[in-house]
Ligand binder design. Structure first.
Ligand SMILES: *Cc1c(COP(=O)(O)O)cnc(C)c1O
Length: 229
């Protein structure tokens, strides 16, 4: 299947899932996750009308973004080391994976130097897995309060990656917990600071939309299997 065909299928399924949960299709945005796939794959998706892309590795993204050129909007969705924060702040419009204050401050400093505002989401480790990034749910309120104070960052919601269950129905309670957490945090934050929920990947984006996702991060279903060799 071509990238354009896959994109059309995913977009149609997103629209269906949005309608089924009583929302408009345009209330759910697709982040096409292009990690490990080359600039050509991104260009094919771009030609098919996809403008929002997600990347996990700063160096890989650096080269790819230069090769693709202007046009797309890029979100960083991987684990971000503080020493890569500067470059990430230059390359990306939104960092979805902020999970500690030190990282937020490094991003804020760099965004200030660049004279721009950088979008951020807080990544929350709802499933509590030791190997996953993300702050603990009980630490999210304090982190959100501090991040909301940083002048060069614009906090706009939460992101999560559930444990791998194989069955999307088992991920649903995790998605629901992220939504409930965002609602709770939203009471004590500026308007719009919790407007986005980034959740759902190739295997479970419809379940995530049913639980309120506004951003779904889909890679394999668009670009095919990843080759890490
Ligand atoms: C790779 C990745 C995705 C996309 O996963 P697929 O299963 O290929 O759709 C989404 N979110 C994050 C954080 C990822 O690392």
């Amino acid at each position: 299947m071509s990238i354009a065909t896959n994109l059309a299928m995913v977009t149609a399924r997103i629209a269906e899932a949005a309608k089924a949960s009583g929302r408009k299709p345009e209330q759910v945005r697709l982040v096409a996750v292009s990690k490990t796939h080359g600039a050509e794959a991104v260009k094919a998706a771009l030609a098919a009308g996809q403008i929002l892309f997600g990347e996990n590795y700063v160096q890989e993204a650096h080269d790819k973004i230069a090769e693709v050129g202007p046009g797309p909007s890029w979100h960083f969705i991987g684990h971000l080391q503080s020493n890569k924060a500067k470059l990430a702040a230059e390359l990306f419009d939104v960092i979805q994976s902020v999970d500690r204050l030190k990282l937020a401050k490094a991003l804020d400093r760099k965004a200030g130097e660049l004279g721009r505002k950088l979008g951020v989401l807080l990544q929350v480790n709802v499933g509590g897995e030791a190997q996953k990034s993300g702050c603990a749910p009980q630490d999210a309120a304090a982190l959100a309060q501090e991040v909301a104070k940083l002048k060069h960052l614009e906090l706009s919601g939460l992101m999560t990656m559930p444990p791998f269950f194989g069955d999307p129905e088992r991920a649903r309670p995790i998605f629901a917990q992220l939504r409930e957490l965002a609602q709770k945090l939203g009471h004590d934050l500026p308007d719009g600071a919790m407007r986005h929920l980034s959740m759902g990947m190739s295997g479970d984006y419809e379940a995530a939309i049913a639980e309120g996702a506004t951003l779904v991060r889909v890679g394999t279903a668009i670009f095919g299997e990843r080759d890490y060799s």
